[in-house]
Write a protein that binds this ligand. Structure first.
Ligand SMILES: [Zn+2]
Length: 498
């Protein structure tokens, strides 16, 4: 079960990428040119705010980030679901204090439990969080909270007080070639996503979310359910791995308390709706968890059914399948391997571009044929702010794409890791396993009970690849609860990975 994959680990890798590989690859720095418009009263919160970013600048930042987010994460390919989320969001935003922003609401194709906003009114929910929510009102809570960050101008104020600089992630993107042109820009706008909001901002966004929920007649009490869900997902992960939404939105326990406190002061309109059935109908059949078509691990073997290749990382290394590529890092964290798509139409052209970069010391350049795949490779060294890095770079031309695989480490640690890294980078090969090539993602399925039963009985009657604990979390219930005929429950259907 991989839906709660390690975000913490990914952060470390991301950190390593930024500071280890930084000088080596593109270090694009985008600084937000600030336009002074000073202190003003926020219409949503009534507070005086220091804001140096004009609304047109804010929108431009958002539009730029939106292009990158859409390209990098991909939109979930379900037009009816996209329209449903968009309609709900637009209806709420129209009731807010900044109705004239170019609001957009999108479902991104990401299994993480997450939702986020970028300045200018661009809001995203993941297909991951949709699977865990239980009603339209809960979705309205998530969306309303994110709208609150925009109407509360939390990001723009943060950007004004700390002159923001975003640094490219330094890796190309493992996406279809048509999207590669966005690769160099990766990280600039996306860095906005990793802004952490403070406690006050969160409380304020929750309060605004409750306001917008009421205004469109969705029951604001359902926001408490969202907090319970986040709590449940966190506990199931053993505390080591929190949902992405929480890592940027702290204090779930306190938030639930605050929300309850705010609800006490609100008049809940009679006839407020939850719209559970409509919501469940919309998410019936969506992909659940990681999509193995985009690559998956069997221990240290990485299989990519869509791109039809296999790749083996050294034994014992920690690995991650990221948006931009696949990465592995050794236990001492002084060596790393990353596999990405490369620019260039041939392996030699990609190699030339890489080894020709300023600051790169190259040696031993040659062509090779590895596992029947034409390749170029060579050794490199580069001096970064944190010291010298040494490594090898392989470029493979395979099935209409060029792949770049870098194995590198600190000068001190490279000797101990070189052989394992070389063996690994030479393991790139055609994927021939028919079962792996045919793998399909798991799907969420809504079942209407035709007789009373407990969750345990439900799990027996409708076989699922996920554990009873996961069933409990997605249905927000425990194994002792007894359901009646006609109740709708979520299950997950699919096969174990081959
Ligand atoms: Zn928030």
């Amino acid at each position: 079960m991989d839906v709660l994959r390690s975000k913490v680990r990914r952060r470390n890798l991301r950190y390593f990428l930024r500071f280890g590989l930084l000088a080596l690859l593109l270090a694009s720095i985008a600084s937000t040119a600030a336009m002074i418009n000073g202190c003003a009263t926020n219409a949503a919160t009534g507070k005086r705010q220091f804001n140096m970013i004009s609304e047109s600048r804010e929108i431009a930042i958002g539009q730029d980030a939106d292009k990158q987010i859409t390209a990098q994460m991909g939109l979930y390919p379900n037009p009816a679901l996209q329209k449903y989320v968009s309609d709900l969001g637009l209806k709420m935003a129209a009731q807010g204090e900044r109705p004239n922003l170019p609001w957009s609401f999108k479902v991104v194709d990401d299994p993480a439990v997450n939702a986020f906003a970028v300045p200018g009114g661009f809001i995203y929910v993941t297909r991951g969080i949709l699977a865990y929510l239980n009603s339209e009102a809960e979705l309205a809570g998530v969306v309303g909270h994110e709208i609150g960050h925009v109407t509360g101008k939390h990001s723009v104020v943060q950007m004004s007080t700390a002159q923001i600089t975003q640094i490219g992630l330094g890796v190309s993107t493992l996406l279809e070639p048509r999207l590669q042109r966005y690769a160099d820009a990766a990280g600039q706008g996306l860095g906005l996503l990793f802004l952490k909001f403070g406690r006050d901002d969160e409380t304020e966004a929750d309060a605004l979310g409750l306001r917008y929920m009421s205004r469109i007649n969705e029951d604001p009490r359902e926001l408490v359910g969202v907090m319970e869900m986040l709590d449940g997902v966190t506990q199931a992960a053993g505390g080591s791995d929190v949902p992405e939404w929480l890592s940027t939105h702290p204090n779930p326990g306190n938030r639930a308390q605050n929300i309850l406190g705010q609800l006490d002061t609100m008049t809940i309109a009679t006839g407020s709706e939850i719209n559970r059935e409509r919501y469940l109908g919309m998410i019936d059949g969506i992909i659940f968890g990681e999509n193995p078509r985009h690559g998956y691990f069997k221990e240290n073997l990485f299989l990519h059914p869509d791109f039809k290749f296999r790749y083996e990382f050294p034994q014992g290394w920690r690995t991650a399948n990221q948006m931009q590529g696949v990465v592995g890092i050794n236990e001492k964290q002084d060596a790393m391997i990353q596999l990405t798509l490369a620019d260039g139409s041939s392996h030699s052209e990609a190699a030339n571009a890489f080894f020709g970069q300023q600051g790169i010391g190259a040696s031993g350049r040659q062509s090779a044929n590895v596992n029947g795949i034409p390749a170029s490779w060579g050794r490199f060294s580069v001096t970064t702010e944190s010291g010298e890095l040494r490594g090898i770079a392989y470029f493979y031309a395979y099935d209409g794409k060029v792949y770049q695989i870098l194995g590198y480490g600190t000068a001190a640690g490279w000797g101990a890791n070189e052989q394992a890294a070389v063996n690994s980078v030479k393991s790139f090969a055609k994927l021939t396993d028919a079962n792996a090539l045919a793998v399909q993602p798991w799907k969420l399925k809504i079942v209407t009970l035709n007789e009373p039963m407990t969750l345990d009985q439900f799990a027996q009657k409708y076989p699922t690849p996920v554990s009873i604990d996961v069933l409990g979390i997605i249905n927000r219930t425990d194994s002792n609860t007894r359901f009646i005929k006609g109740n709708k429950l979520k299950t997950v259907v699919g096969e174990k990975l081959p």
